[in-house]
Design a protein around this ligand. Structure first.
Ligand code: NAP
Ligand code: FE
Length: 379
C-alpha cells in the first residue's frame, strides 16, 4: 500500500477561522491582497482579513483587478505592483481565479526581468516566491491546498498550469464556509461540479494512492449527497439556496478534492473543458461536468477503470451509469457547433499531462466524437 503524502499548507477550517488564528496570517510586514472586483468584499472575507492584519500591525495594499480565468498578463502586472508597494507576502481572497492569481503574482514579484510567459520557466518557479495565504470564497478548485495556478495564455485560447513546488502551496489557508454564503446557486453548482471532477479524475488516475483515494471519496460523497440527494437541506438557506451544513460539506469537499489532486493531477475532462470555458464562456466546473459522462463511459471500457468506478460509485450509493447521466445533466451545458467549430475547439485543447492521466487513453478521433455527440449541430 502507498500512503505517501505531501501537502505543506497549514489549513484552518470552520467559522471564524481567521479571527481564531490571527497570528497565522502574519507572514510578513506588508501584504498584497489579491481579489476580484466584488467577492472578497461581499463574502465578508476581506473585512476579516484586514481586521486580522490591523490587529497584527501588518500593512497591506489591495489589488482587486483579478478577472475570471486569469490571463498571465494581468498576473504579471500584479507582480510589478507587489514590488512597487514592497509586499513581502501575498493573500489571495476569492475563488480559484483570485487564489491562482495570487500564486502567479508571488512568483512574478521576485522576478523583475521575467516576461509574462516566462512563468512556466522552471528556473523562475524555483527562484523562491513570496509566501501565500489563501482564503477561498468558493467551494470548488481546492487551490488553497495545492500548488497549481491555472492561467490563460496570451491570445486567450489556451490555459496552462503553473505548478511551482513547494512555493505554489499556500503557507496558510483559512477555509471558512461562511464566505461561500453569498455565492449564487449557479456558481455554487458549477464550483461543486469542479470539486467533484477533481475527486473523480483523481480517483481514476493511475497515479492515485490510498491517501489521495481517501480524500477523493470523502469529497465526492459530500458533493453527491448535497447536490444530487438534497441532504441537509432542512432549515434556513442563504442567497444561493443552501443551508450552513450544506455549505460546510461543500467547502470541506473542495478542500479534500484539492488535496487529492496534489498526488494525481486531473484527467481529460479538465483540458476538454478549458476550450468551452475560454471560447464559449462556460464556467469551469460546468465545463468539466459536461465531459464527465464521456469520461465515465470510456473508462468503463478498461478493467482498471471499471473496477475503480464501481468502487467510487458504491461509496456514493450510486452506479457509474447514474453518475454518467446525472453529472452532465446538472452541468447543463447547451452549445451547438458546426464541424469546423468542433475542429477549432479540439485543436485548441492544450496537450497537457491531464489528457493521458486516466486508464482510458482517448484518440484524436474520439475527442472529436465526444464534442460531436455533446455539441454537434443535430443536438
Ligand atoms: P472564480 O473564477 O474564482 O469566480 C467566479 C465568480 O464568482 C467571479 O465572478 C467571482 O467574483 C464570484 N465569486 C466568488 N466567490 C464569491 C462569493 N463568495 N460570493 C459572490 N460571488 C463570488 O471561480 P472558481 O470556480 O472558484 O475558479 C475558477 C478558476 O480556477 C478557473 O480559472 C480554473 O481554471 C481554476 N482552477 C484552479 C484549480 C487549482 O487547483 N488551482 C483547480 C480547478 C480550477 P469576483 O470576480 O468579484 O471575485
Ligand atoms: Fe478544476
Amino acid at each position: 500500500m502507498d500512503f505517501n503524502f505531501f501537502m505543506p499548507t497549514k489549513v484552518f477550517t470552520g467559522a471564524h477561522a481567521i479571527a481564531d488564528h490571527v497570528s497565522e496570517i502574519a507572514l510578513g510586514k506588508h501584504a498584497l491582497i489579491v481579489t476580484g472586483k466584488n467577492s472578497a468584499r461581499v463574502s465578508g472575507a476581506l473585512g476579516d482579513v484586514t481586521e486580522a492584519l490591523d490587529k497584527a500591525g501588518i500593512g497591506y495594499t489591495v489589488y482587486d483587478r483579478v478577472t475570471e480565468n486569469p490571463p498571465v498578463e494581468m498576473c504579471h502586472a500584479g507582480g510589478a505592483i507587489a514590488r512597487e508597494v514592497g509586499a513581502d507576502f501575498v493573500i489571495g481572497i476569492g475563488g480559484g481565479s483570485a487564489i491562482d492569481t495570487a500564486k502567479a503574482i508571488a512568483a512574478y514579484a521576485v522576478c523583475p526581468d521575467a516576461a509574462p510567459a516566462d512563468i512556466f520557466d522552471v528556473k523562475l518557479s524555483a527562484s523562491g516566491m513570496l509566501p501565500i495565504v489563501a482564503v477561498p470564497t468558493t467551494a470548488g478548485t481546492g487551490s488553497e491546498a495545492n500548488p497549481y495556478s491555472v492561467l490563460t495564455m496570451p491570445g486567450g485560447i489556451q490555459k496552462k498550469t503553473f505548478k511551482p513546488i513547494p512555493g505554489g502551496y499556500p503557507r496558510v489557508a483559512f477555509v471558512d464556509p461562511r464566505y461561500t454564503y453569498s455565492l449564487n446557486e449557479d456558481y455554487t453548482v458549477s464550483t461543486a461540479l469542479d470539486a467533484f471532477s477533481h475527486a473523480l479524475e483523481s480517483f481514476l488516475s493511475p497515479k492515485s494512492n490510498e491517501s489521495s483515494e481517501m480524500h477523493a471519496l470523502f469529497a465526492a460523497r459530500q458533493i453527491w449527497d448535497v447536490l444530487f440527494r438534497g441532504a441537509d437541506s432542512e432549515g434556513e438557506t442563504d442567497a444561493g439556496g443552501f443551508t450552513p451544513v450544506q455549505r460546510e460539506r461543500l467547502s470541506l469537499a473542495a478542500l479534500a478534492a484539492g488535496i487529492a489532486i496534489n498526488k494525481t493531477g486531473t484527467g481529460f475532462p479538465h483540458p476538454l473543458g478549458y476550450s468551452i470555458t475560454l471560447a464559449d464562456g462556460i464556467p469551469h466546473g460546468r465545463a468539466c461536468g459536461a465531459f464527465a459522462g464521456a469520461y465515465i463511459v470510456y473508462n468503463m471500457r478498461t478493467a482498471l477503470g471499471e473496477r475503480k468506478l464501481m468502487r467510487f460509485a458504491a461509496y456514493l450509493g450510486t452506479s457509474p451509469g447514474e453518475m454518467a447521466r446525472r453529472i452532465p445533466m446538472k452541468a447543463d451545458v447547451k452549445l451547438s457547433f458546426t464541424h469546423e467549430e468542433i475542429d477549432t475547439h479540439v485543436n485548441n485543447i492544450a496537450l497537457s499531462g491531464s489528457m493521458t492521466n486516466s486508464p482510458y487513453l482517448l484518440s484524436h478521433e474520439e475527442i472529436i466524437m465526444i464534442y460531436s455527440t455533446l455539441f454537434g449541430e443535430q443536438h
